[in-house]
Design a protein around this ligand. Structure first.
Ligand code: FES
Length: 153
């Protein structure tokens, strides 16, 4: 299979990589662009560790090809903080201990941001439902929900 030139707009910057067309967005981020904040858990759409935003909507980056995301606005966990200021969702996860080992945390935070933005954090149940695609082996779920609910206000 041939290598092709892919242009991806990530966290506001257009980046070009040379990769095979079958490379997933997740692998493009981690292996071609060194954006390793986005995690690979299952690589099959079942854990949510790889969650990023594309045009403001969350997706599992392991389930989409990088080539399909050209021309769109991709946001990763690295793009949330503004300079030295963490995103409110990041602050809330720290405040509420929304993690233990931390492996699922970037995906949890990206899902949490989308949860609030799209109005799915109106109750604990609603928040749990929205966040149910993001698995946490440490079982930090109550603290994760508390963090998301705090940001929702
Ligand atoms: Fe994509 Fe698990 S790595 S959902």
């Amino acid at each position: 299979e041939g290598v092709t030139s892919l242009q991806l707009k990530i966290n506001g910057t257009v980046r070009t990589i040379q990769a095979e067309p079958r490379v997933t967005l997740l692998d493009a981020l981690r292996e071609y662009l060194d954006l390793t904040g986005t995690k690979k858990g299952c690589d099959h759409g079942q854990c949510g560790a790889c969650t990023v935003h594309v045009d403001g909507k969350r997706i599992n980056s392991c389930l989409t090809l990088a080539v399909m995301q050209q021309g769109k606005e991709i946001t990763t966990i690295e793009g949330l903080a503004q300079g030295d200021n963490l995103h409110p969702m990041q602050e809330a996860f720290i405040k509420h201990d929304g993690f233990q080992c931390g492996y699922c945390t970037p995906g949890q935070i990206m899902s949490g941001v989308a949860c609030v933005k799209e109005g799915h954090a109106g109750s604990d149940d609603q928040t749990r439902e929205w966040m149910s695609g993001n698995l946490c082996r440490c079982g930090a779920y109550p603290n994760i929900v508390a963090a998301v609910r705090e940001v929702a206000g």
